[in-house]
Ligand binder design. Structure first.
Ligand code: ZN
Length: 137
């Protein structure tokens, strides 16, 4: 029996500060210095006003499930053993949406609008993945 490593996010120059933050267990995004738009995923230009100036800001890590799927037939063999697993789009309280797994919750209990908070799973020295769990009351 052999195992296949799961593919990991590619850390780009623009996105490196995001991954540095997840290693510190912080969820950070770019805030446009010109218009204030919170940019996610990281980008060279603000999609609202095209400014390049930005700074990284930490978010609350809290949000709600905007949408989700439950994968029963993974397309990549590295995920076969995990099925069925979920992939959610979480809308953070500050507005940005990101894809992540929801943990600590049976797939059958997932629902749109469920309040969630970020947790972090260290994969290796470079990648710590943000995941979400239902908020404790
Ligand atoms: Zn802007």
């Amino acid at each position: 029996m052999f195992t296949i490593d799961k593919p990991l996010p590619a850390v780009t120059e623009d996105g490196a500060p995001y991954w540095e933050a997840t290693r510190r267990h912080q969820l950070c995004v770019q805030r446009c210095e010109r218009c204030g738009h919170l940019r996610f995923p990281p980008a060279v230009l603000c999609p609202k006003c095209l400014a390049t100036e930005h700074r990284w800001v930490a978010l609350s890590g809290r949000g709600r499930i905007f949408s989700f799927i439950v994968v029963h037939r993974p397309q990549h063999p590295a995920f076969f053993a995990d099925a069925p697993y979920n992939v959610a789009i979480v809308e953070l309280d500050e507005g940005p949406r990101l894809h992540a797994n929801v943990v600590g919750c049976a797939n059958a209990d997932l629902r749109i609008g469920l309040p969630v908070e970020v947790v972090f799973e260290k994969i290796d020295d470079e990648i710590t993945l943000p995941k979400f769990r239902p908020c404790a009351a």
